[in-house]
Ligand binder design. Structure first.
Ligand SMILES: Nc1ncnc2c1ncn2[C@@H]1O[C@H](COP(=O)(O)OP(=O)(O)OP(=O)(O)O)[C@@H](O)[C@H]1O
Ligand SMILES: [Mg+2]
Length: 430
């Protein structure tokens, strides 16, 4: 029996067989529709239905396909649909071209909205920097807090959003008890479903009160009293059905919230603490919010790299890796602090190179246009910005006492801070 991963390779093989390929190449388009249960139908143009010879080849083709991909098939009689317009068929569904033959599209229908497939264009306002990691507990939130404080201390207005909705913590670590808020991102997303976002908006953010040069605003995942948090969390992913009946995906609603916060607070930079792992919220943070940079936190170990490999392979398959790769930057979290460069960092660099180099272009020595880096190039996105493990930063219930001394912060988070500072200089219009 065929299993899921064999569906597309087997389909490509059947389509490429002699007479099938000839017929398929004459079609204006062909869609391979992989439905919610992982069953495949072909959708062809209406003209093909009217041309008896073409229709017959499609039936023979589906017959062969059904035999190959069973049980991911339909009975031949219901396995082929005919439609007037390909764009209407693809509308609202994630789709990508099947490599090898022109004008063949795969539509992949998922039960979840987050498909990780394409990255939204960079948002035009303040640069959005997403802190993401494939595994949890790698020092991501701590690094975000240190970056936020440091930038605010340098006079940049910073907005921090805690999107780790399923295990929030950043806001409690950053805000003093007397500044904790009544609401958080989760409350806004739920109220927005009934057009009540404005009620919670004014009590959704607080200035952290560090006495930094510029304000540091924090938007928590939930208020000081989480309330019926599980009941709310189960609704944040709801698309909103507008008056016209068109659903607005939840990540678009989240973008609306970010735009409103940006409008109200005028930050120079927005730092977003994403959830770890291949998760629905993480998908929105990494691909849908118009991030200028996505920091990929990594620690040594097979699990880190196999997790990132899943994402990179997905981006290759969907043909989106070229747009995504320029926003990525690897960060090494919790690097053992035995001074200077060490075997741990070397191993990370080797693993990171193996992962990223598959996204680099093949380039000759004089090819300056190619997007390519040498393994040891410190400016390359695969070159890990090392954050050293430091006893003073371990296991803090509040980060506030640690944030105050710029030298102290820079000693641990220096390479990351410099990277974000360079990004802001590049992105800030003069
Ligand atoms: N540079 C550091 N040196 C020492 N300990 C650190 C450092 N950074 C973070 N830690 C500690 O490591 C633990 C995990 O850190 P943190 O909560 O920042 O990770 P995270 O990746 O955000 O985790 P989660 O996935 O749970 O959100 C905490 O106990 C934190 O105090
Ligand atoms: Mg965290």
């Amino acid at each position: 029996m065929t299993t899921f991963d064999q569906i597309l390779p087997a389909t490509a093989e059947i389509l490429n067989e002699g007479s099938h390929r000839e017929t398929v190449e004459q079609l204006a388009w062909l869609v391979i529709n992989r439905d919610l249960n992982g069953r495949v139908r072909l959708i062809a143009p209406e003209e093909a239905e009217r041309n008896e010879a073409t229709r017959q080849v499609l039936v023979t083709l589906y017959h062969a396909l059904a035999e190959r991909i069973a049980p991911h098939d339909y009975p031949v009689a219901s396995g082929i649909l005919f439609e007037a317009d390909r764009e209407a068929v693809c509308m609202g569904a994630t789709h990508f071209p099947l490599p090898g033959i022109d004008r063949i599209w795969v539509i992949d229908r998922l039960a979840t909205e987050g498909n990780w497939a394409k990255i939204a264009p960079e948002s035009p306002g303040a640069p959005r920097v997403v802190f993401f990691s494939i595994k949890g507990g790698v020092g991501r939130s701590t690094a975000l807090a240190a970056t936020a404080w440091s930038l605010a201390q340098q006079g940049r207005t910073v907005l921090v959003i805690d999107m780790d909705l399923e295990s929030p913590g950043l806001s409690n670590a950053l805000l003093p008890p007397d500044r904790l808020l009544s609401y958080g991102v989760t409350d806004w997303l739920v109220e927005d479903l009934v057009d009540n976002g404005e009620t919670v908006f004014p009590d959704l953010y607080a200035e952290a009160g560090f006495n930094t040069q510029a304000p540091l605003y924090v938007v928590p995942a939930h208020g000081a009293e989480p309330g019926e948090y599980i009941a709310k969390l189960g609704r944040v992913w709801m698309p909103k059905i507008g008056r016209t009946g068109t659903p607005e995906p939840w990540s678009a609603r989240l973008c609306r919230l970010l735009d409103a916060l940006e409008n109200a607070l005028r930050p120079d930079v927005i730092l977003i603490d994403s959830r770890a792992g291949i998760d629905e919220v993480a998908s929105a943070c990494v691909t849908d919010l118009g991030a200028a940079a996505v920091l990929l936190f990594a620690i040594a170990g097979r699990q880190t790299w196999s997790g990132y490999r899943v994402l990179f392979d997905h981006w290759q398959r969907w043909g989106s890796v070229r747009e995504i790769r320029e926003r990525l930057q690897l960060v090494a979290g919790l690097v053992p602090d035995d001074g200077g460069r060490n075997a741990y960092v070397d191993q990370l660099l080797e693993d990171a190179w193996e992962l990223f180099s598959t996204t680099y272009d093949e380039a000759g020595p004089d090819d300056t246009e190619a997007w390519n880096y040498a393994p040891e190039d410190e400016t390359a996105p695969h070159y890990p910005l090392a954050i050293h493990w430091n006893r003073g930063w371990f296991g803090l219930s509040s980060l506030r006492p640690r944030l105050g001394n710029a030298d102290d912060v820079r000693a641990v988070f220096g390479p990351l801070l410099e990277h974000i500072e360079r990004l802001l200089v590049r992105e800030t219009p003069t």
